[in-house]
Design a protein around this ligand. Structure first.
Ligand code: MN
Length: 223
């Protein structure tokens, strides 16, 4: 079973499902051509085995995937659910969160756009091998619940994305509340909580470093 290590521990967190939130920062929603003010949150999934764990202090080699000419990074906060529930109230939702990590929602943007334009599922743009690089987990018991703090991404040392978690349109608690109306949540479900603006392409040889306050950094090299 796919699992993600807990930082400074021998424990691992088995992953059951990967949910991802789309267009959850207003400036990113606008750059994708949407109006952020009128949209409820929406979710898609990646396959669990898309997880690529990168250990702290190391660089993960990430193969450039097939069939794309426009491969994009999306730096995101990831929340790990460790309690079962449905119709969870937003005010209770953080009780369901074990901890957080920094992750990349890697995207074959050209395929995502092409499928969207044809009103087909965008699966091939988002769900493929190693499409979900991720750091170790930082338990909320140690770092608290992350509602604000810097989130950023550099490529080859140059800053590309920079924002603050408080700029999310739907908070992690609100995401859980909404998601749990559609799905019963179980321990092992994780949520990629959306990316800020200024997504962009990488090519083989590029080094991506993304970071979130209190959750450290994720180093991934495209090969
Ligand atoms: Mn995303």
């Amino acid at each position: 079973m796919v699992s993600v290590p807990v930082i400074n521990s021998t424990q691992r967190f088995p992953v059951r499902r990967i949910y991802c939130v789309g267009r959850n920062y207003a400036a990113h929603s606008r750059e994708m051509g949407s109006d952020p003010t009128r949209e409820p949150p929406f979710f898609f999934q990646k396959p669990t085995d898309a997880i690529q764990v990168v250990n702290p202090g190391t660089v993960g080699d990430h193969p450039y995937p097939s069939k794309t000419k426009n491969y994009h990074y999306e730096c995101e906060l990831v929340a790990f659910i460790n309690k079962r529930g449905r119709n969870i109230a937003a005010r209770d939702a953080l009780d369901y969160v074990y901890g957080y990590a920094v992750g990349l929602d890697m995207t074959r943007r050209d395929l995502q756009r092409m499928m969207g334009d044809e009103k087909k599922p965008w699966e091939i743009g988002k769900s493929f091998d190693r499409a979900a690089p991720i750091s170790h987990i930082y338990p909320a018991a140690q770092v608290g619940h992350l509602k604000e703090g810097a989130i950023w991404l550099k490529v080859n040392g140059q800053i590309k994305q920079t924002s603050d978690l408080k700029n999310m349109i739907w908070s992690v608690a609100e995401q859980i509340a909404n998601l749990s109306e559609y799905y019963e949540l179980f321990p092992g479900d994780i949520i990629y909580s959306g990316t800020p603006e200024n997504v962009g392409p990488v090519v083989p040889g590029d080094l991506m470093v993304c970071g979130i306050d209190k959750v450290g950094e994720l180093h991934v090299k495209v090969v």
